[in-house]
Each structure stands twice: as C-alpha cells, then as structure tokens.
Ligand binder design. Structure first.
Ligand SMILES: [Fe+2]
Ligand SMILES: [Fe+2]
Length: 130
C-alpha cells in the first residue's frame, strides 16, 4: 500500500523531540491498513491516537514556556481530536477506511500548519531541550 503521507523536509522544526514525534506519527499513519495484515487494526489506531496525546503534551510544554499566543486553542485541538477519534474507534460502527483518511488528513494538516507558523516554530526551537 502506498504511503498516505510522504515526509516533507520543510516540516522539520530543527528540534529533535517534536521532529521525531512528527516523523513517528507519519510512520504510524502510513502503517495503518498495511495490506500485509489485510485489515485495519483497532489496536494500531488506538496506539497512534495515544501517541497523538503524548505529542500534544510535549507541545503543550513548549508552547506554555514560550508564551504561544494561541496556547489554549492549540491544546484543545489536540484533546478534541483525541477524544472524538477514541470514541469512534472504540464504537465499532465507524468506517475504518474513512477513519484512516481522517487521521491522515488531520496529521498532515497538523504538521504542515505548525511548520508554517512562525510563533510555533520559535517556541519549539528557542526552548528546545538538548
Ligand atoms: Fe500541535
Ligand atoms: Fe505537532
């Protein structure tokens, strides 16, 4: 199966923790629905979702320290995505192909928007932890 998201080097923020998490999320999304397994795997989706949560917590720290202007909104967007997706994945009625597409779109938008956001970049880069 072709990759849903192809990593764009422009997305790198120059900070190893957030960059590594973004790359890991892209890899995880690309593994969803791998033909090797023949079907979408709830466990893998939940794992990915949990990692979105961990990633949100990492970013929260940077944005709080850096005084990011839309901190609350940014933090809430992560939480909302997590809770909405979790409810639908656990409620087995959700269409797996649709969910996979939705997760990939959200992630693509998430990473792409952050890479273009100067305030976000500066919070993460300036406060980077060695
Ligand atoms: Fe984010
Ligand atoms: Fe992010």
């Amino acid at each position: 199966m072709s990759r849903l998201i192809i990593w764009d080097p422009e997305w790198s923020l120059g900070e190893c923790i957030v960059d590594r998490q973004h790359r890991q999320l892209v890899e995880m999304v690309n593994r969803l629905g791998n033909v090797e397994y023949g079907r979408l795997d709830t466990e893998r989706m939940l794992k990915l979702l949990y990692y979105v949560k961990v990633h949100g917590e990492t970013e929260d720290q940077y944005l709080r320290i850096g005084g990011y202007p839309d901190y609350e909104q940014h933090s809430m967007a992560h939480d909302e995505f997590y809770h909405d997706m979790h409810r639908r994945i656990v409620g087995l009625s959700a269409n797996r192909d649709e969910m996979r597409g939705e997760i990939a779109r959200w992630l693509f938008h998430h990473i792409e928007a952050e890479s273009r956001d100067a305030a976000f970049r500066s919070c993460v880069f300036v406060n980077r932890m060695a």
